[in-house]
Design a binder for this molecule. Structure first.
Ligand SMILES: [Fe+2]
Length: 294
């Protein structure tokens, strides 16, 4: 439903140094002053964070912890039905808290011994090159706020449910973690904006919204599908196409709706062969050739 680089509420620092998250008027938390103050405080934590320091502690309300518990329970059932085995095994290894929102530092501490990945707090939008680039260093930028408690199964923007239930569980798989690292190296290697966009679109259609064949069925491995209790029920009815680099790198998508076009790998090996090899070897020229072959 959303992309890291495009879908965040803007964050502004005022003349007096205070931080304001500009929620759109249609946002479920728009009229909730208490929620908005908390969003501002959480954004300020991320803006004040220095690399190498522990991730600041974010405060959540009981209602917000309850949202986490509800969504965790709901998604766990759906993961059993719709997620690839690699994801289910990785989630079992990571053992995220089920009754309360984990702190990002805690998520990092759980992930580190498994795949070496760690989290960085993000106030909102992180520039594409920075967001993808640090994946090469085993670092993942993540928002820290949670969706508004009035609509526990809906969020108009990537929140900690998406970042952690979707991405951290995936990052607890050594095979997936390696693909994230390769995407990061690709983002650092390419120089043109066009090539970077191509790399990020391949990421979108795989690690955010990818599906793969498993035991004769379509299973999801993309964090965007796996963190959305609505989308996970719908993806099998979408236009599912074969995994193909040029198509993924050039297909337009609408971030505000369920993804109608998905790309399916035949197996995990197939995903690594096609997408892993692409990220491992691509450069501006090879991407320009792929884009021109459309
Ligand atoms: Fe994401």
């Amino acid at each position: 439903m959303f992309e890291e680089a495009q879908y965040f509420a803007p964050v502004a620092t005022q003349d007096d140094g205070s931080v304001v998250v500009e929620l759109a008027s249609g946002h479920p938390g728009f009229a909730d002053t208490v929620y908005r103050n908390r969003r501002n405080a959480i954004a300020a934590l991320a803006l004040g964070h220095k690399p190498g320091e522990p991730i600041p502690h974010a405060e959540y309300t009981d209602e917000e912890h309850h949202v986490w518990a509800l969504v965790t329970q709901e998604l766990a059932v759906k993961h059993g039905k719709y997620a690839v085995r690699e994801f289910i095994d990785a989630a079992a290894r990571l053992r995220l808290p089920t009754e309360r929102i984990p702190q990002l530092q805690e998520v990092s501490d759980l992930l580190k011994p498994i795949t070496g990945f760690g989290y960085l707090p993000a106030a909102g939008l992180v520039p594409l090159r920075e967001f993808y680039g640090v994946l090469a260093d085993g670092l993942f930028h993540s928002t820290q706020y949670i969706r508004h408690h009035s609509v526990p199964f809906y969020t108009p923007e990537p929140d900690i449910v998406h970042e952690v239930i979707g991405h951290a569980n995936t990052l607890a798989s050594p095979r997936f973690a390696e693909l994230y690292r390769l995407a990061g190296r690709a983002a650092r290697r390419v120089e043109t904006d066009e090539a970077l966009e191509f790399v990020s679109k391949v990421f979108w259609f795989t690690l955010e919204f990818g599906v793969m064949r498993e035991d004769g069925e379509s299973k999801a491995y993309g964090a965007g599908i796996l963190s959305s209790s609505g989308e996970i029920e719908e993806f099998r009815g979408m236009d599912i196409r074969p995994l193909e680099l040029t198509a993924m790198g050039t297909t337009h998508y609408d971030i505000t709706k369920y993804q109608e076009v998905l790309f399916e790998a035949e197996s995990f090996d197939h995903l690594e062969d096609v997408v892993g090899t692409f990220w491992d070897t691509c450069d501006d020229d090879s991407i320009a050739r792929l884009a021109a072959s459309r």
